[in-house]
Design a protein around this ligand. Structure first.
Ligand code: ATP
Length: 441
């Protein structure tokens, strides 16, 4: 049977809309550029993505979680460098008035070329800060400016002391956080790949200086293995090392995990050795000592930080792109999201073969029993073939069909998404069977 991977992003965007994964924000008003809403299946899928990451982090004995506020003291962003340095160089085209990022544009004869009309007549570059500003309290003046955080990491740094002492953590230890971040991106786009409001999953690992390079390598490997266990096609993942100008001034080393999206290889996650830059900046700006005291060796030092940072929405997109496949031809064609069960928004769908009362009541009883343990769906309308196709398209690993024989023999048919094979299973064995099968994927 022929199998085709995802060819273009628009195919996925339309599936996402049609099946309730992702809708354009404020669509009935014409939409809001680069903002997206997760529909019923998308919301559950995204939760699953987050839980998978959260478990991979916080189920290690030395990593704990955190949920810091989006609004932080404005000094935080002075200390972090975001007020002065978090900007992109913007230029305007004098011919067509297009505004674009100078660092993304081609140069011709030493001049910046407008990517839209090709003109070389452009303004000087102006730095445009990417942070969203707002005001705290009823009066909007300069004195009460606050920012929507452009990354979650700073909430972790400023809580380093609180977490270490309340949780009695000894170095090395990590703090993991999932939360919204906001960036007034100049070039958002590619669906949920780059948006102005997004969710990040960041983990900062505090280590003793001198052990940082080893920990950096360990985390590179650990994160690579994470993507492996999510079932990613390994040919579509690679590391990209930051060298020369790419490397942020404070970073000792940085690697991106890149994925080959339909629009090309792009960053999925950043893994950085940030040295003691962040803690030393916060120590300086807050006037509070953030040194760690190693009791065993009677040493005091400022820990180094290894950071792993991935966008939840971006990871969700990569997973969907990777899982999408089309199988067969013409009327036998089906679209499958080959999601790992832990990521699939629905684990089991219950499909009674008829709407007759007695079948319904048995089916609903089984459905209700499973709903206590799994995300489940119940679909009684349309031909069984169409119902299977719909479940394939949203990635449901198993479908359970209840037919008239079920009333007699207390057995149901379980149909597998990938192989499309079917097994007849006794109702009293069904949970054990499903549990076992879901682990096998
Ligand atoms: P980009 O690839 O957009 O230039 P970046 O290098 O600025 O991202 P980081 O600051 O390293 O990104 O942020 C860590 C992670 O957060 C990124 O790898 C990405 O997954 C996610 N992320 C950053 N900006 C966005 C955004 N605007 N929309 C969605 N995800 C984002």
């Amino acid at each position: 049977m022929s199998t085709q991977p995802l060819k273009d992003l628009s195919t996925l965007v339309s599936l996402a809309k049609r099946r309730g994964f992702v809708f354009q924000s404020s669509e009935i008003y014409g939409g809001l550029n680069s903002c997206w809403d997760y529909g019923p299946l998308g919301a559950q899928f995204k939760l699953n993505v987050k839980m998978t990451w959260w478990k991979a982090m916080t189920r290690r004995p030395e990593i704990v979680g955190l949920d810091a506020a989006i609004l932080m003291h404005p000094q935080v962003w002075k200390a972090s460098g975001h007020v002065d340095g978090f900007s992109d160089p913007l230029v305007d085209c004098k011919a067509c008035k297009n505004r674009f990022r100078e660092d993304h544009a081609q140069k011709k004869d030493g001049k910046t070329q407008c990517p839209r009309c090709g003109s070389l007549e452009t303004t000087e570059a102006r730095e445009f800060n990417l942070m969203f500003k707002t005001h705290m309290g009823p009066v909007a003046d300069e004195g009460n400016t606050v920012y929507l955080r452009p990354e979650t990491a700073q909430g972790i740094y400023v809580n380093f002391e609180n977490v270490a002492s309340s949780m009695r953590k000894k170095i090395p230890f990590g703090i993991a956080q999932i939360g919204k971040s906001f960036r007034n991106e100049i070039t958002p786009g590619n669906f949920i790949f780059r948006t102005r409001e997004f969710e990040q999953m960041e983990m900062q690992y505090f280590v003793k200086p001198g052990t940082d390079e080893e920990w950096f390598n360990t985390w590179k490997e650990t994160r690579w293995n994470f993507y492996k266990t999510l079932g990613f096609n390994q040919d579509k993942l690679r590391f990209h090392e930051h060298v020369g100008n790419e490397l942020a001034h404070y970073a000792k080393a940085a690697f991106d995990v890149e994925y080959e999206f339909p629009f090309g290889w792009s960053e999925l996650e950043g893994i950085h050795n940030r040295g003691d830059f962040d803690l030393s900046q916060h120590q300086k700006f807050s006037g509070k000592k953030l040194e760690y005291f190693d009791e065993a060796n009677k040493e005091k030092y400022l820990p180094y930080v290894i950071e792993t940072a991935v966008g939840c929405d971006r990871l969700a997109l990569a997973i969907l792109c990777d899982a999408y496949r089309e199988e067969g031809e013409d009327k036998d064609k089906r679209v499958v999201l080959g999601l790992k069960p832990q990521l699939a928004p629905i684990k089991v769908a219950f499909l009674p073969l008829s709407k007759k009362e007695e079948l319904q009541s048995l089916s609903q009883k089984i459905y209700a029993d499973f709903a206590e343990d799994y995300e489940v769906d119940y679909d009684e309308s349309g031909s069984i073939g169409k119902r299977y196709r719909r479940q394939d398209e949203i990635g449901t690993p198993l479908c359970v069909t209840i037919d008239f024989d079920s009333l007699e023999d207390q057995k149901v048919t379980v149909r597998h998404r990938d192989a499309m094979t079917q097994d007849r299973v006794s109702l009293d064995q069904l949970k054990t069977y499903v549990d076992h099968k879901l682990r096998e994927f």
